[in-house]
Write a protein that binds this ligand. Structure first.
Ligand code: MF3
Ligand code: CO
Length: 263
């Protein structure tokens, strides 16, 4: 029987060039939209702006129309999740206001090769506790990325994410996970943001993963809104989300979606 780890794709040099390019566009557009996100602007306007940037660059949206057969296709190019919304919020007429925290989650493809990244940031002033939620969620992503070295096991990533988030008294979402990425936005393996270390397939050079911790102030239980997409915290408290697309190499993890000043 084929071993499970053999199902995780190893990308070739030429494929990685496409992925690097897609990922760079993702990082740049995220930064552009982040800079335009101010009190009074609607999430729909920001989505329009991201659409125009995609068009200008001649790349494709990984999110628009995405969805398992039978489900309602995702209707925008970017996910925008405010405050108690964890992931997959749909842009629309809602205006940003000071004190909000906004998560932008975004993906594009170049010649069929995908990049995927997310960042959460404040609109105007936020409390110290909310700032700690953002910095801890970001830290937990980077603790997970540090584990992405050849020879480690897959579960070492989620273990490190969870330990970082819980050390600050926060909880990690179970219902959504990180993922392999390449010619599909979502490829094997699924990468939970929690678990024991030392389990699962060994990590190898050439694997590319999207690591995406979702961290909550209170309970990690999730409730779905009637739009079929927006996931909110069951207790209505804030959540944050950070994501990078990362290549495993023999000389350390390469953050494909990191551009200067992004996240
Ligand atoms: N980063 C998100 C994820 O991996 C993007 C999916 S949004 C969708 O789940 F619109 F494409 F569904
Ligand atoms: Co993702």
């Amino acid at each position: 029987m084929m071993k499970y780890e053999n199902r995780i794709g190893i990308k070739t040099r030429a494929q990685l060039e496409k992925m690097r390019e897609a990922a760079r566009h993702v990082g740049e557009i995220l930064l552009e939209i982040r800079e335009a996100a101010k009190a009074g602007v609607t999430t729909g306007e920001l989505n329009e702006r991201a659409s125009r940037s995609i068009e200008r660059r001649g790349v494709g949206s990984s999110f628009l129309g995405y969805g398992p057969a039978g489900a309602s296709p995702y209707p925008a190019v970017m996910c925008m999740s405010l405050n108690e919304e964890i992931v997959h919020g749909i842009p629309g007429p809602r205006e940003l206001k000071d004190g909000d925290i906004l998560s932008l989650d975004f993906g594009v493809h170049v010649d069929g090769w995908h990049g995927d990244s997310a960042v959460t940031f404040p609109i105007g002033e936020i409390s110290d506790d909310t700032q700690r939620l953002l910095s801890t969620t970001r830290d937990s992503l980077y603790r997970g990325i540090e584990q992405m070295v050849p020879g480690n096991r897959l579960s070492d990533i989620g273990h490190a994410v969870q330990a970082c988030a819980e050390a600050e008294g926060f909880s990690v979402v179970r219902q959504f996970v990180g993922h392999g990425i390449g010619q599909a936005l979502h490829e094997p393996p699924q990468i939970p943001n929690y678990g024991r270390k030392g389990k699962g397939p060994r990590l190898r050079e050439g694997m590319v993963f999207a690591i995406e911790p979702m961290v909550c102030v209170g309970t990690h239980d999730v409730r779905m809104l009637d739009d079929d997409w927006t996931a909110v915290t069951a207790d209505g408290q804030n959540a944050a989300h950070f994501e990078h697309t990362i290549l495993i190499t023999d000389h350390g993890p390469e953050l494909l979606t990191a551009v200067p000043g992004s996240h």
